[in-house]
Write a protein that binds this ligand. Structure first.
Ligand code: 5GP
Length: 201
């Protein structure tokens, strides 16, 4: 007999260089009932980015129209461009009995948390809500990883490390903290957590 799993709304944050994107990709490969929340933005697509896959690329007018309709769970203006998380796709996925994962920074996560807190206790989003913060083993290790990636200049690395400190200081706003000391071990901890919370045991 097929188990009935609790649909989860998983909000995940991590400083840059903690392996969050890799972990999310691994989860999406393994959990076929898990969808990835695609953000909206008014910035132009970069490189190979595809509309509806990396982001929903919207005009400023369309974004503001959706804002006026209260369609966003949260939004932010970053370097002159809007970014936002639509409510409807998340509600739809949870109502279908599936889970959704939202990859968002600490400030965005705080807005989502506030939004969910204001929902009735019977709302599937509130019932399935869980937020997780991925930690680096240490600041030194995070620095080594950022340097090892070879994608950022020393100045950008210093900026990322300073941002990371500010984000890590807010880790206790999250229900769970999982350290990515070893990718396989961290992934297993995440799977165990998701399985326990969704009742897949
Ligand atoms: P990028 O343009 O490099 O893809 O993202 C720029 C910034 O926007 C990043 O810090 C990213 O975390 C943030 N961002 C992306 N999507 C969203 C979203 O849906 N909501 C918020 N608040 N920020 C987002």
């Amino acid at each position: 007999m097929q188990q009935k799993l609790k649909p989860l709304f998983i909000v995940m944050s991590a400083p840059s260089g903690c392996g969050k994107s890799t972990l999310i990709d691994m989860l999406l490969q393994e959990y076929h009932d898990l969808s990835y929340s695609i953000s909206c933005t008014t910035r132009a697509p970069r490189g190979e980015e595809e509309n509806g896959l990396d982001y929903h690329f919207l005009t400023k007018e369309r974004f503001e129209e959706l804002l006026a309709q209260d369609a966003f769970m949260e939004h932010a203006l970053v370097h002159g461009n809007y970014y936002g998380t639509l409510k409807a796709p998340i509600v739809e996925v949870l109502n279908e009995g599936h889970s959704m994962i939202l990859d968002i920074d600490v400030q965005g996560a705080a807005k989502v948390r506030e939004y969910v807190r204001g929902l009735p206790d019977t709302d599937p989003l509130k019932i399935g809500y869980v937020d997780i913060f991925i930690l680096p083993p240490s600041m030194e290790e995070l620095r080594n990883r950022l340097v090892g990636r070879g994608t950022d200049s020393p100045a950008v690395i210093e900026k990322r490390l300073a941002n990371a400190e500010g984000e890590i200081a807010r880790q206790h706003e999250y229900m769970y903290q999982v350290t990515n000391d070893d990718l396989g071990v961290c992934y297993k901890r995440l799977c165990d957590l998701i399985d326990a919370l969704s009742g897949r045991m």
